[in-house]
Design a protein around this ligand. Structure first.
Ligand code: DP6
Length: 333
């Protein structure tokens, strides 16, 4: 029987980790060495359309209107192979993926990209997965993508089993649970020096603090769950800064050391601390790049926006509320 072509489209939001994922216990299956907790962000979205088509002679991959780069192509083809294997659909695919946030803004888009691709491509391949399995599948594309399957407050669980069957994300609370606001302060649009996958593997091999990072992660997760449960903003912010700093201490203690910050990053850290000293509830977190993500509450977000808008070195500001689960947005067939 000849197979029909089938298309599906999905949209997923990016997320920002409050308790960071850094390090893998299995590189091939992409199993994290630590659990992580994140906020899903409404303002940063990836929309992906996938078609498995009998007329294609290879996978066609378009990202933000451009052919995928060699490294993107390898990573996406490998991911599509997993879906082909699971679904039994052997056709090649056309994938078109677009971010609504500025390209090259230095923001990690692999989370929203692989979450949207997981839903669109499984659906187009004829495979219907529940959210748990979709999250586990997204992990094969990118660890942080597991969390973008859900909206609101999300935990990626570190499993014990070597198969990875326990390594998927769960929702801790929905986006309506607590109205947190974020500002993303872009300090540089340059491509980052070393991607997170490579940097975390280097850290695991060379940082003398790596084992302590892994050992101390359980406590951070327990405390963050409690802060979310009790809606304790000071605790949430304090733990988020602690986890970010601990992660950057790891990259700094690798050989060769990896420094993701620029001088504006450092100035922004000081600004956030000074604003807090003046009574504004505001905290920061930083991922594998120089951008600073500011976490606050609705009553203070305009004051913070005005404060950072013309701050030297801040090239652009994005504002976000918490966002929803990944969802299908239409099936052309
Ligand atoms: C600093 O999810 O990009 O953003 O699984 O290798 O694709 P891979 O890594 P990735 O790492 C994210 C690292 C981080 C922290 C976080 O999001 O938890």
């Amino acid at each position: 029987m000849t197979q029909q072509s089938k298309t599906a489209k999905a949209v997923a939001c990016a997320n920002i980790a409050l308790i960071k994922y850094w390090g893998k216990r299995d590189i091939a299956l992409n199993l994290p060495a630590v659990g992580s907790i994140s906020l899903t962000l409404e303002a940063l979205k990836t929309q992906t359309r996938a078609t498995f088509d009998p007329n294609l002679d290879k996978d066609y991959l378009i990202i933000n209107d451009q052919q995928a780069s060699e490294s993107q192509r390898k990573r996406i083809e490998k991911f599509l192979d997993i879906i082909r294997e699971k679904s039994g659909n052997r056709l090649f695919a056309e994938v078109r993926s677009d971010n609504n946030f500025p390209t090259g803004a230095g923001l990690a888009s692999s989370a929203s990209a692989f979450a949207a691709l997981s839903l669109a491509a499984t659906h187009a391949s004829g495979l219907e997965l529940n959210k748990k399995d979709l999250s586990g599948l997204s992990r094969r594309g990118s660890g942080s993508a597991t969390r973008s399957i859900y909206g609101g407050f999300v935990e990626m669980q570190r499993g014990k089993d070597a198969s990875g069957k326990e390594d998927f994300a769960i929702q801790l609370a929905s986006q309506d649970y607590w109205d947190l606001r974020l500002l993303i302060l872009i300090t540089s649009k340059e491509e980052k020096k070393m991607g997170s996958t490579e940097a975390m593997n280097l850290t695991a091999k060379t940082s003398p603090y790596y084992q302590d990072w892994v050992n101390s992660s359980g406590k951070d997760l327990v405390e963050m769950r409690k802060a979310i449960r009790e809606k304790d903003f000071e605790k949430l912010g304090d733990l988020a800064e602690y986890s970010a700093m601990k992660m950057h201490a790891l990259t700094l203690s690798s050989r060769p050391p990896v420094l993701y910050w620029n001088s504006t990053t450092l100035e922004l850290i000081e600004q956030v601390r000074a604003l807090r000293h003046d009574g504004i509830p505001v905290y920061f977190t930083i991922d594998a790049g120089p951008q600073v993500k500011v976490i606050s509450l609705p009553d203070h977000i305009n004051t913070l926006k005005s404060h950072f808008e013309f701050f030297p070195g801040v090239e652009n500001i994005m504002e976000s509320k918490l966002g929803p689960d990944v969802e299908l947005i239409g099936d052309d067939n």
